[in-house]
Ligand binder design. Structure first.
Ligand code: SAM
Ligand code: SF4
Length: 312
């Protein structure tokens, strides 16, 4: 359905947990975050997904926290993938459990998977994630490439002075693998909200670093590029330097059942305890409450939650 600014809202980001096995420095404090309340049950998640399709949602991305740590994730995927009206079920993961779960997820109906990898250097990756194992995640990525997903993407959050020296290494990955490597501008939220200015790089840096990239097209909020003769593609997501709210087609639901019309707004609407037409009515209210734009550059984010609590 169209929101009040004429944008067609087709995507729901549905967080299935707030917890995570990694502690990425920009996202989670070292000791983790206290869980706010019980996560949505499997039945609640499926009911929200069903109601969302009645409101025009066609694509659902499961996220978190780390979705692969939810014990009933495969059943959740199977049930959501079977809902009439769901065109694409996708998942964003840190990949630590992907080696074992890539094939079962594909069989459960997940069509696309995004794997977050912020460094291709073993010790830098461990430093950013506070202890994560890069070889393990790369194994997960390789499994995902073999498992028959429609698309596999790598999400890399650009951090000035930390991983910007690796831009060409990430782009190299697209030469021979059918991957989309997406560089995402770091947003000052939660843990990184007080980081020094030099950490926040415009994605333009990717284009200066690799001028051989040819522009292909835009896909939603992603600008897509390709190296000549490369199998894969490169994407830029620029929430800070380019206002892309005009093409925002998404709403979010947190793991504790709050609908967020905009990532950076404090507005939240509870879906808990609702079902059937009442639930659909609340989701429509949420779509209509989407603001024209965020105000990240003027006032900073207004949300009280970090990305792992919202569902990035
Ligand atoms: N744990 C999963 C993962 O890391 O892919 C899913 C949840 S995580 C919050 C989703 C995405 O949000 C990741 O790609 C992560 O890098 C990104 N993210 C988290 N905090 C961010 C921030 N402040 N700015 C930009 N991206 C952020
Ligand atoms: Fe966990 Fe993902 Fe946040 Fe890293 S970005 S701490 S993997 S939720």
């Amino acid at each position: 359905m169209l929101d009040t600014y004429g944008r067609e809202v087709r995507t729901l980001r549905l967080a299935v947990t707030e917890t995570c096995d990694l502690r990425c420095r920009y996202c989670m404090p070292e000791k983790g975050l206290p869980t706010r309340s019980e996560p949505l049950s499997q039945d609640e998640l499926v009911e929200i997904a069903r109601a969302a399709t009645q409101c025009g949602i066609q694509k659902i991305r499961l996220t978190g926290g780390e979705p692969l740590f939810r014990p009933d994730l495969l059943e959740i995927c199977q049930r959501i993938a079977q809902i009439d009206g769901i065109h694409t079920l996708c998942l964003t993961t840190n990949g630590t459990r992907l080696a074992a779960l890539a094939r079962p997820l594909r069989e459960a109906g997940v069509k696309r998977v995004n794997v977050s990898i912020d460094s291709l250097n073993v010790s830098r990756y461990a430093e950013i994630t506070r202890g994560g194992s890069l070889p393990n995640v790369v194994k997960g990525l390789e499994e995902a490439l073999q498992a028959g997903f429609e698309r596999v993407k790598v999400n890399c959050v650009l951090m000035g002075g930390i991983n910007d020296g690796e831009i060409n290494d990430f782009i190299e990955l697209t030469k021979f693998k059918p991957l989309e490597v997406r560089f995402i501008e770091l947003m000052p939220m939660g843990e990184c909200s007080q980081w020094p200015e030099e950490r926040f790089l415009p994605a333009e840096k990717v284009l200066y670093t690799c001028p051989m990239l040819d522009r292909i097209d835009d896909e939603g909020v992603t600008e897509r590029y390709r190296l000549k003769d490369a199998v894969g593609t490169v994407g830029l997501i620029r929430p800070m330097s380019h206002m892309f709210c005009g093409s925002c087609d998404r709403i979010r639901v947190t793991a504790d059942g709050m609908l967020k019309p905009c990532l950076h707004s404090a507005m939240e609407m509870s879906l808990r305890g609702l079902s059937g037409k009442e639930l659909e009515k609340r989701i429509i209210e949420g779509i209509n409450a989407k603001p024209a734009t965020h105000h990240l550059n003027e006032t900073g984010t207004q949300t009280k939650r970090s990305m792992c609590q919202i569902g990035g």
